[in-house]
Design a protein around this ligand. Structure first.
Ligand code: SF4
Length: 309
């Protein structure tokens, strides 16, 4: 095993924002160095857009740009397949196709990809998937198992801390706005950060639906939909149900064209009453100025309604 030369690349896009603690802790426990691609910028987006088919969502285009930035710089690049966590707990189909799609796009580069497969409906659990990665990198099952257990502990502690932060924000005074978006949209430096930075400088307290306690959110999502089958959409719906009564407005933030969001956002628009909603759909052409203008009017409308303008 060429342990010294081994470096696992982590594209800073899509599931990185959900699993980064788990991934980083797992590889750290194994003693495998990781390299994370830099924050998204115009160049990454343009490269990803060139590599993707036109119909790909913005998040997938960004993802391919990040993979491209790592090609040739790491011994392996991690590209997982995450299909589902059980019945009615599916991921968007893009996450099922990711390893095949990525291998195909970069087939002529000689780059090695490290993949794992989570498909609980087919009896492929997350832990088994991580043991497979460990073995693929040359580690005994026992070592990989220990690394996975430690990584899960770190992930759980992180999620709990984030959920507590959201609960603390609920008690803040001042204008509060809930952002309902996938983590990889909201946290992307080129896409979602325009929104979070603008709210911050406007003095708004922003909460995030995706950071609510996941188990509680899955339960609460039933209040808005008993049939939504996408895991991450259910978490976001649950976050909305948990916080809709404590915020002054909700921003539905999506990457164009997102199948799950187009249905879920429509559902939220019909079922969540009494709190102003802003539907922001971003694509690779969306300019910062346009987004800021819409945010400014949304905040003004809320302040006006509250008699604070
Ligand atoms: S949920 Fe939407 S944004 Fe995310 S990968 Fe699927 S289509 Fe793209």
């Amino acid at each position: 095993m060429e342990e010294r030369k081994m470096v696992v690349g982590l594209p800073r896009a899509m599931l990185y924002f959900r699993f980064r603690i788990l991934w980083r802790a797992f590889f750290e426990e194994l003693g495998v160095p990781v390299a994370v691609s830099g924050p998204t910028d115009r160049e990454v987006l343009e490269r990803g857009t060139d590599l993707a088919i036109d119909e790909a969502c913005l998040s997938l285009k960004i993802y391919l740009g990040h993979v491209d930035a790592l090609v040739g710089k790491c011994s392996h690049i991690l590209v997982p397949r995450v299909s589902n966590f059980g019945r009615h707990r599916n991921m968007c189909t893009r996450f099922e196709a990711l390893p095949d799609l990525t291998r195909n796009v970069f087939r002529n580069t000689g780059q090695k990809f490290l993949t794992y497969n989570v498909d609980v409906l087919e009896k492929k659990k997350e832990e088994d998937a991580f043991l497979e990665i460990g073995q693929a990198l040359g580690y005994p099952v026992r070592t990989a198992k220990r690394a996975y257990k430690q990584a899960k502990k770190a992930e759980l502690a992180y999620r709990k801390a984030k959920a507590r932060e959201q609960d603390t924000l609920c008690r803040e005074t001042g204008l509060k706005i809930l952002i309902a978006a996938h983590s990889y949209v909201i946290e992307d430096a080129y896409v979602g950060r325009t929104v979070t930075e603008y709210l911050k400088q406007a003095g708004v307290v922003s909460l995030r639906a995706d950071l609510a306690d996941w188990d509680a959110a899955l339960e609460c999502s039933q209040e808005l939909s008993g049939t939504c089958k996408w895991e991450m959409s259910r978490e976001i719906l649950g976050g909305i149900a948990m916080y809709e009564n404590v915020v002054d407005g909700i921003i539905l933030l999506s990457a164009f064209p997102c199948g799950p969001d187009s249905m879920v956002n429509e559902l939220v628009t019909r079922r969540v009453k009494g709190v102003p909603l802003l539907n922001l759909v971003l694509d690779s052409q969306t300019g910062t100025a346009g987004v800021e203008t819409r945010l400014e009017s949304f905040i003004d409308i809320i302040r006006f309604k509250k008699g604070a303008l």
